[in-house]
Design a protein around this ligand. Structure first.
Ligand SMILES: [Fe+2]
Ligand SMILES: [Fe+2]
Length: 317
């Protein structure tokens, strides 16, 4: 049996790939400015400055759009906690260090632009938002003890970046506002580039240490935690988002999990030892179950929506 590579050995071996992908990222990432995406002429003072405080009628967003915006923004707000995860599990030197800094700076833009938009347009209650931010950031992101190491974390962020891309993109569609849609398309495009960096690095990890990487991927997917987990009203908002196609189980399976696994060629590789084979088998069984869960979820959702329609509850989108 071959010996596992240590964290340091993996990072050292993969540094040239990190450098290549960092350069690729820098050559295609578009510089953009949050202020260009916010309708400042809609802004006005709040009561502390002689204006009016937020009232629910001021928001033009429907309930689904509000739930999705809050969830997406609080996730972006939690950047220090994600930064910690990445900084602790990737190297802070060389191309690794440059990536960690650059990625953090790009992510910070997302929280800036979303908050500016929501406060200026009065889309959501800024006081409730601030209270939720304090709670969510104080808790940080859940990081179970066995989530340490480069492979586990690079696998997690690959799926997480793609999940946030889907979520931002679909949130833009339900806002009924061309400005919000354009802003969220911009953010989603960033998330896609981030995903590609992590996906390529995880692919290189699979080639370098197939068994270790496969075990990490299976561990992450079978224990996947959505970024918003633990935030105030996560369940309520998560259900609303799933019910209305912002991020549901089928999207998770078909738009996030499957395309990445296909790119990594997970089910057609022949470089696994017994441990990798076992992890791949476990993942295959998990995915079969997930497919069944998708159907179950959709039946429940359709019944629920039909019941709501029969009771005359307006669908918010
Ligand atoms: Fe982001
Ligand atoms: Fe991102």
């Amino acid at each position: 049996m071959t010996k596992d590579l240590t964290q340091l050995e993996i990072l050292t071996e993969l540094e040239p790939v990190a450098e290549q992908n960092l350069n690729r990222h820098l050559s295609i990432a578009k510089d953009w400015h949050p202020h260009d995406y916010v309708p400042w002429d809609e802004g006005r003072n709040f009561a502390a400055m002689g204006g009016q405080d937020w009232e629910p009628e001021q928001s033009k967003l429907n309930e689904v759009a509000k739930a999705a915006m809050i969830t997406n923004l609080l996730t972006e707000d939690n950047l220090p906690s994600y930064h910690r995860l990445i900084a602790e599990n990737f190297s802070q030197h060389g191309a690794w260090g440059t990536w960690v800094g650059r990625w953090t700076a790009e992510e910070n833009r997302h929280g800036i632009v979303l908050r500016d938009y929501l406060v200026v347009t009065r889309g959501i209650d800024p006081v409730a938002l601030e209270q939720a931010r304090m709670i969510h950031m104080t808790r940080g992101v859940p990081s179970p003890e066995d989530w340490g190491g480069f492979l586990v974390n690079v696998a997690y962020v690959t799926f997480q970046e793609l999940a946030t891309r889907v979520s931002h993109r679909n949130t833009g569609k339900v806002c009924n506002d061309a400005i919000a849609d354009r802003m969220l398309q911009r953010v989603a495009a960033d998330e896609n580039l981030h995903m590609i960096f992590y996906r390529n690095l995880c692919a290189a990890g699979l080639d370098l240490v197939p068994d270790q990487a496969m075990a990490a991927i299976t561990m992450i997917l079978t224990n996947f935690i959505m970024p918003g987990f633990g935030m105030p009203n996560f369940r309520r908002n998560g259900v609303l988002m799933a019910k209305h196609g912002i991020y549901d189980l089928r999207q998770h399976l078909e738009e996030v999990v499957q395309p990445v696994l296909k790119k990594w060629n997970v089910f057609d590789r022949n470089d696994f030892g017994p441990r990798g084979e076992q992890a791949r088998q476990q993942l295959a069984e998990f995915l079969q179950k997930l497919e069944k869960d998708v159907l179950k979820f959709e039946e429940q959702r359709d019944r629920l929506l039909a019941r709501e329609a029969a009771r005359g509850i307006m669908q918010p989108v």
